[in-house]
Ligand binder design. Structure first.
Ligand SMILES: NC(=O)c1ccc[n+]([C@@H]2O[C@H](COP(=O)([O-])OP(=O)(O)OC[C@H]3O[C@@H](n4cnc5c(N)ncnc54)[C@H](O)[C@@H]3O)[C@@H](O)[C@H]2O)c1
Length: 330
């Protein structure tokens, strides 16, 4: 089987590429390296077996001819390429909307022409500012006003979902939507506001761990390999087509407790600093207080259950970041 992964040099995409190579598939990756990095897939390209079945193109998904070529030859399309991360969205508002809306539209249009099954990665951000838990796929959504730009990411991902579901309803295109909650693991960059790699990096270098807001906001974290299993399971499930699924872990923790746990697990002497949102991001910035997924729907469909708990996730991330720091200084 030939698999196309847009955003395949990104954090989740590179793990997905590896999993498909392990299954013996041919993997095509398109990535413009805006937030991803060739380093994420370099080891795969250098592997004697995998390297001969991995084809990387550095380009944007907005390149029509290139996408025609790639979607034309592949059997499955995983669409992960997107402008990601709160900080990145705030710094690149227009480009982010273009990538997330026009890019997805192009992919759906071409998948429909070539009749290729496609999985679209959406985000827990689409739920907006709920306080209740767990969040289930049929919940209403609550956003702030359009003057608060962080909501543009949520709105663009929601539009992607509507587009995908419309292709399913109108043309019978095989589309499945995965709403990912905070996903963590080796290869994730802390540069765009992702909390775990940022806090682990600070703990390991002895800098203060910076918490935005009160630190009372809670999250759950899912290990990237569990997410990859879920994505692959949904892609091959007939029952999943035309449906939206949460993918996430269920262990809720406040960001303050997460920071304390990271300090303890790394044996760091770092302090914890609290930075107001308006200093970290922009005036009137809004965050989500809680974000816990209900995962009954995906459990029922493909028997998904996250396997790695938070301690296991943090252990792996700490080992990865300290390994990288050691190899870059050695
Ligand atoms: N990591 C998470 O916690 C999380 C949570 C919710 C949703 N998601 C979604 O999962 C997907 C993958 O996210 P990730 O965490 O791996 O982030 P990432 O930034 O590592 O991956 C996104 C990739 O897309 C590429 N890209 C961006 N614009 C592109 C364009 N125009 N053309 C080609 N490539 C482009 C980037 O270079 C990057 O490699 C995204 O769609 C994201 O919205 C991730």
């Amino acid at each position: 089987m030939r698999v196309l992964i847009t955003g395949g040099a990104g954090f989740i995409g590179s793990h997905l590429a590896q999993a498909h190579l392990e299954k013996g598939n041919e993997v095509y990756v398109i990535d413009d390296l805006s937030t991803g990095s060739f380093e994420n897939i370099k080891h795969l390209t250098e592997d004697k077996d995998y390297g001969s079945r991995l084809f990387f193109t550095q380009d944007t998904i907005l390149n029509h001819e290139k996408m025609v070529e790639l979607i034309g030859i592949c059997d499955r399309v995983y669409h992960l390429a997107a402008a990601v991360g709160v900080r990145y969205i705030l710094e690149h508002p227009l480009e982010s909307i273009r990538t997330n809306i026009q890019g997805t539209e192009k992919i759906l249009e071409l998948c429909n022409i070539f009749k290729k099954r496609v999985l679209i990665t959406s985000s827990s951000e689409v739920y907006g500012k709920h306080l209740h838990a767990p969040l289930v796929e049929t919940d209403n959504i609550i956003y702030g006003p359009s003057s608060k730009f962080r909501w543009s990411y949520a709105a663009s991902k929601l539009m992607d979902e509507f587009m995908g579901l419309s292709y399913y309803r109108t043309h019978g295109l095989e589309v499945v939507i995965a709403r990912l909650f905070n996903t963590v693991g080796p290869g994730q960059s802390g540069a765009y506001g992702m909390v775990v790699p940022r806090l682990v990096g600070q703990a390991l270098t002895g800098e203060s761990l910076t918490i935005y807001g009160t630190g009372k906001q809670t999250r759950t974290f899912t290990y990237v390999k569990d997410v990859v299993d879920a994505l692959m399971g949904l892609m091959e499930s007939e029952k999943a087509m035309g449906e939206v699924f949460n993918i996430g872990g269920t262990e809720e923790i406040s960001i303050e407790d997460l920071a304390k746990k990271i300090v303890a697990m790394t044996g760091s002497k770092s302090k914890i600093d609290y930075i107001p949102y308006e200093v970290a991001f922009e005036k009137d910035f809004e965050d989500m207080e809680r974000r816990v997924p209900g995962i009954e729907k995906i459990k029922e469909c493909i028997s998904f259950e996250p396997k790695t708990d938070l301690d296991g996730i943090l252990k792996n991330v700490i080992a990865y970041i300290s390994g990288n720091a050691a190899s870059s200084s050695g």
